[in-house]
Design a protein around this ligand. Structure first.
Ligand code: PMP
Length: 282
């Protein structure tokens, strides 16, 4: 497979990553993961908008227009002939002798993007997954999709070590989001999810799900809920670009609802499925 390195599509072995790249040393950069269904990029505009918004929030200048970015990513997908999978793209503040403050004068940012063929997690989407609580120890700018993922990494690892698929993070009693997903609870025909703020990533899948709620007539309340409320939900869901609309069937070893994919969740999955591009050609 080829790699997009700045504005060139080249062989993997020709990519040179500087040991003083600020992404490498400080996590000083931002990224996106965009899903490819049947050769089509899904919600590409939203992901590219969020990439530039994250860049803005850390005063990182991406030296391409959004339009050029879109074309470059699309070209990489075509070159690699990806049918189903995703594209990962990151931009760092560039290569400069190690010092915390921004390079002055600024140096060129470094873009890398690659594609990966994957299959959708069909079994888990049907059977659901287990989750556990992990204290959210991350910083207060979780709205930025930054390369600094150590808090998320530690949370996910804790979940995996407990034989869970995802960590449901909480700040004190309040549930925020997963280690790499947004989290929802459904109770008495109402879907609850943490409001968009500095404490969560404004998920693109979250937005798609809220649209699906409207379509299927599921009332949405964008209000945070507590750990106790989470345990008492009829249904729980986590969502991300790769996990899609994923049912959570147990939390801290306790069953959620009947311990299987709930009816609203299944309806949401069906509505989501209708939004997936089904044919070749963007
Ligand atoms: N929150 C966090 C912390 C994430 O890493 C992700 C995955 N990017 C999400 C939420 C879900 O975002 P999206 O639906 O845009 O993939």
């Amino acid at each position: 497979d080829k790699i997009l390195w700045n504005d060139e599509i080249i062989n993997e072995e020709d990519v040179k990553i500087g040991f003083e790249d600020r992404g490498y040393q400080f996590g000083d950069g931002i990224y996106e993961v965009i899903k490819i269904y049947n050769g089509n990029v899904f919600t590409a505009t939203e992901h590219i908008d969020r990439l530039y918004a994250s860049a803005d929030k850390i005063q990182l200048v991406i030296p391409y227009t959004k339009d050029v970015m879109h074309k470059m990513l699309h070209e990489l997908i075509e070159t690699n002939e990806v049918e189903n999978g995703h594209i990962y793209v990151q931009v760092t503040r560039g290569i400069s002798p190690r010092q915390h403050n921004f390079p002055n004068p600024a140096v060129e940012s470094v873009l890398t993007a690659y594609t990966k063929e994957t299959t959708r997690p069909f079994a888990q989407l049907e059977n659901g997954v287990k989750a556990c609580f992990v204290e959210d120890i991350r910083w207060l700018r979780c709205d930025i999709k930054s390369l600094n993922l150590l808090g998320n990494v530690l949370a996910k690892q804790e979940a995996i070590s407990k034989d869970c698929y995802e960590a449901i993070q909480h700040r004190g009693e309040i549930v925020t989001e997963g280690s790499s997903s947004n989290v929802y609870g459904i109770k008495d025909g109402v879907l609850y999810t943490h409001p968009v703020s500095n404490l969560i990533l404004n998920g693109i899948t979250r937005k798609v799900i809220l649209d699906c709620c409207e379509e299927i007539g599921l009332k949405v309340v964008e209000e945070a809920f507590t750990k106790d409320q989470a345990l008492a939900m009829d249904e729980m869901i986590m969502s991300s670009t790769n996990a899609e609309v994923m049912p959570i069937i147990s939390l801290e070893g306790q069953l959620i609802g009947e311990g299987k994919r709930g009816e609203w969740t299944e309806k949401l999955q069906q509505a989501f499925e209708h939004k997936i591009p089904s044919s070749i050609g963007v």
